[in-house]
Design a protein around this ligand. Structure first.
Ligand code: MN
Length: 199
């Protein structure tokens, strides 16, 4: 998969003299691992889905964002590991920099690993190596079980993010469309961009 146990690729892609993104760091330790979904208005708008695993944020770019319907399969393309401190990042990555564009924290919270194989729990890192992980998300907008499943390996590695059919499923809801603001600042992408311009 893209990325490794280290943040070398993350750091190599960025000039920290130019971008406001963090070079590393971490959030305060929580009892459960964290997840974050960042809305990123880059070349194409997408949602970055990140799970804390072994001290880094394993990351996927989800073009359509998460669905709350078990019938919707959302493409998730792996990207490089990000530092834990990235979970609180929102702001504007300047033009000319990797990932240039505005970022907001669309949802965040903790998660629990639900992955089992033959009745036994499989650790998240091992589950990701095997290409299937099930997690219970405790976000503000997104709650309940989600499955991430790899369906293509190699250069075009791709996964699917799918809501599990549980009490957290709400097929009629479309939070990506109806809840555009940051859960930490209440701002829209446009407001964050305007503030960065000094507007
Ligand atoms: Mn992104």
């Amino acid at each position: 998969m893209a990325g490794s146990d280290t943040l070398d690729e993350y750091r190599a892609k960025r000039d920290f003299a130019r971008t406001p993104e963090p070079p590393g760091g971490r959030e305060a330790a929580a009892a459960d691992p964290i997840f974050v979904i960042q809305k990123h208005d880059a070349t194409t708008l997408h949602y970055d889905f990140r799970l804390e695993v072994d001290g880094v944020l394993k990351s996927w770019a989800v073009p359509k964002g998460p669905s709350t319907s078990p019938k919707e399969k959302r493409l998730a393309v792996p990207t490089e590991d990000h530092p834990l401190g990235y979970a609180g990042f929102e702001g504007v990555i300047p033009a000319g920099s990797y990932g240039a564009g505005t970022v907001l924290v669309w949802d965040r919270g903790t998660y629990q690993n639900l992955t089992q194989k033959s009745g036994r729990e499989v650790g998240v890192a091992e589950a990701l190596r095997q290409g299937h992980v099930s997690v219970w998300l405790e976000g503000e907008r997104v709650r309940g079980g989600y499955a991430l499943t790899r369906f293509r390996t190699g250069k075009g590695e791709a996964w699917l993010l799918v809501k599990k059919d549980d009490p957290g499923a709400e097929p009629g809801r479309d939070p990506v469309a109806t809840e555009p603001r940051s859960v930490i600042s209440g701002r829209t992408l446009e407001e964050i961009a305007a503030e960065a311009r000094g507007g």
